[in-house]
Design a protein around this ligand. Structure first.
Ligand SMILES: C[S@@+](CC[C@H](N)C(=O)[O-])C[C@H]1O[C@@H](n2cnc3c(N)ncnc32)[C@H](O)[C@@H]1O
Length: 292
């Protein structure tokens, strides 16, 4: 009995340390710049796919600086934006004000959301909750806080492409995660996602969509941008600061991936077609289940 309790406490401590590290990581660099320069279209796309409309209660999980949350609020929804990293809320508040909308910002781990069961009509997360290490816990929380018959919408990274390669490089050079921590890349597998939600959803649609990035002069320009701004890349270079040989191979690996996926010509600009998945699930309406 006492051994089980000790193991549980050790696991909880390990998880707290992991989350503290992840929070510190996502506060590095300039996430808002990454979001607005590269990922801003995802927010519009996800709000459209979920059919969000005025008056709905929407929760955006791992909301970053409000990519989805702000677009949902622009449609007249009442929106809560939650994230592990409140350091980025300042940029989000600023962006929301610039769009003339109100969003409530709440610090929260996607694996332990501080909201009531069924509190929201729509629960979204764009390339966000996939970064929490325990996927089943995340899926359970998204389903729990969504009302019966409500909508859960996610964007995730496909198992092939530049985003996948960059994430794979980041994982390869980072300190090893705890054994029970899963890679965000798994959310690109339809089988994995269906298993996570199981029969708690009555439908689950996964649509592949393309994002075109043509703002970089060449692959080196993309690598420079990522090294200066992307929290996980900034964190990786900080972590390797005393290992110049590994920094050199990391530089080469990033440049190789950025060059391989460039669809632009030799005179530039670099052109990247980033494929991603939009997932829309409808939670079972328990009243309908009872009536069957
Ligand atoms: C790639 S950003 C996406 C942010 C935003 N959804 C967007 O589209 O711009 C990943 C976000 O996940 C958040 N995150 C990572 N682990 C988390 C966790 N366990 N719980 C909640 N948020 C988490 C990070 O703080 C970061 O804001």
């Amino acid at each position: 009995m006492r051994i089980t309790a000790t193991l549980r406490t050790a696991a909880a401590d390990q998880d707290r340390r992991l989350k503290a590290r992840q929070r510190a990581l996502w506060a590095l660099g300039d996430y808002h710049r990454v979001a607005t320069d590269l990922l801003w279209e995802f927010g519009r796309e996800l709000v459209e796919a979920c059919g969000i409309y005025a008056g709905q209660r929407v929760l955006d999980v791992a909301a970053g600086t409000g990519n989805v949350a702000i677009r949902a609020a622009e449609r007249g929804a009442q929106v809560v934006a939650s994230d592990l990293t409140p350091e980025n809320f300042g940029a989000g508040r600023h962006e929301a004000r610039a769009h003339g909308v109100n969003v409530e910002w709440v610090e929260a781990d996607a694996e332990a959301l501080p909201f009531d069961d069924g509190e929201f009509d729509v629960v979204t997360s764009s390339a966000g909750a996939i970064f929490a290490p325990h996927h089943q816990a995340v899926a359970d929380q998204l389903v729990r806080v969504c009302r019966p018959g409500g909508t859960i919408g996610l964007t995730t990274i496909v198992p092939d492409g530049l985003a996948r390669d960059l994430l794979e490089i980041i994982e390869r050079y980072s300190p090893p995660p705890p054994p029970d921590a899963l890679s965000p890349l798994l959310w690109g597998s339809e089988e994995h996602v269906r298993e996570l939600f199981g029969d708690r959803v009555e439908s689950l649609e996964m649509t592949s969509t393309m994002l075109l990035i043509d703002r970089f002069a060449d692959p080196e320009d993309l690598c420079r941008f990522m090294k200066a701004n992307h929290p996980l890349v900034v964190g990786l270079y900080e972590h390797l600061a005393d290992e110049p040989a590994r920094v050199a191979t990391l530089d080469l690996d990033m440049a190789e991936a950025a060059t391989r996926w460039n669809r632009g010509g030799p005179r530039g600009p670099a052109i990247y077609e980033i494929e991603y998945l939009v997932i829309v699930a409808r939670k079972h309406d328990s009243r309908q289940l009872r009536d069957r």
